[in-house]
Write a protein that binds this ligand. Structure first.
Ligand SMILES: Nc1ncnc2c1ncn2[C@@H]1O[C@H](COP(=O)(O)OP(=O)(O)OP(=O)(O)O)[C@@H](O)[C@H]1O
Length: 294
């Protein structure tokens, strides 16, 4: 089984401290790397793929540094945040080229292209030139090239940007199944991309890891603290104030209907008779952690 150790990684760009002494261990499963814009996700990803030299620290994959590590290169599938491909190539030519670069035989390449074209719904586009693809289709081509070698260690930086709801769902189903036997790291600031499918969650804030562990255990941290309340607008407005006064946070609010506003909040105690306990979700946990680390 693959194991990656991220040891004491720091990254400074001049005076900007993008990453502060990051320590993580990555093995099998689906890892969600979640953080606000500018939290340091892409910097960390470029460093763990060996494409960027950190200011400090090292990344070890199966006992050797990721730099010039042939085993890592063969195990890796990677889609960068700003995925680009040669515009005049057709999709199948490009996937063939990436497969050859990864050292696959033509038979393997053709089999894997068929597999990915079906999974990612690229049938209607595979003969098109890359310059003629829509943004969402280009993104799916980026995902396909990352999987062309059936990698055991996959890193996807913002993979679903530009995908419609159906394609997002297909993608989530696919990576969820794939991560049962392999490592998949998904970097995103979109909570729903990894909700329910992540086995592990890493939260980054301003270059620091503020939470790292098994997704289920993390949600358990706020078990019994999440409440939902449906009530008249004036009652909900008073409840909002109470939540703030008692050191809680609001994680969702719907106020279109004045006779039935809805509020979801986190608080160690129930703050109104009409509140009912709710099952914690990733949005609750994310907002809770980000708020506590201010
Ligand atoms: N090449 C660079 N030169 C200077 N500063 C950089 C460079 N790359 C990133 N930064 C800065 O480092 C910090 C972290 O950026 P990074 O892109 O790693 O974050 P991110 O979490 O991926 O953000 P986003 O979700 O917006 O892509 C930001 O303050 C960013 O402006």
């Amino acid at each position: 089984m693959n194991v990656m150790y991220i040891n004491n990684i720091s990254m400074n760009y001049g005076k900007i401290k993008a990453l502060n002494n990051i320590n993580l261990t990555i093995s099998k499963g689906l890892y969600g790397l979640l953080g606000e814009n500018g939290a340091g996700k892409s910097s960390l990803i470029r460093i763990i793929t060996g494409r960027q030299k950190p200011t400090n620290g090292e990344v070890i994959f199966n006992n050797a540094s990721v730099k010039r590590n042939k085993e890592f290169h063969q195990a890796l599938g990677y889609m960068p945040q700003n995925f680009k491909a040669p515009e005049d190539m057709r999709c199948y030519e490009y996937l063939t080229y990436v497969g050859m670069y990864k050292g696959l035989s033509m038979n393997q390449i053709n089999e894997n292209i068929d597999w990915l074209v079906n999974i990612l719904n690229l049938n209607d586009h595979i003969n098109k030139k890359i310059k003629n693809l829509s943004g969402g289709t280009l993104r799916r081509l980026g995902i396909a090239q990352a999987f062309i070698n059936q990698p055991s260690f996959v890193i996807l930086d913002e993979p679903t940007a530009g995908l419609d709801i159906t394609e997002r769902r297909n993608f989530r189903d696919f990576v969820s199944r794939y991560s049962e036997k392999n490592t998949v790291i998904i970097s995103t600031h979109i909570v729903s991309d990894i909700e329910y499918i992540a086995s592990d969650l890493i939260l980054l804030k301003k270059g620091n890891v503020i939470s790292n562990g098994k997704y289920k255990d993390q949600l358990n941290e706020i078990q019994g603290m999440v409440w939902e309340c449906k009530d008249r607008e004036d009652k909900i407005l008073s409840l909002r104030k109470l939540v703030e006064n008692y050191g809680g946070i609001i994680t969702n609010y719907k106020g279109e209907d004045p006779m039935e506003n809805q509020l979801r909040y986190i608080s160690s105690i129930k703050l109104s008779d009409t509140s009912v306990s709710a099952i914690p979700n990733l949005n609750d946990y994310y907002l809770w952690k980000m708020w506590r680390q201010q």
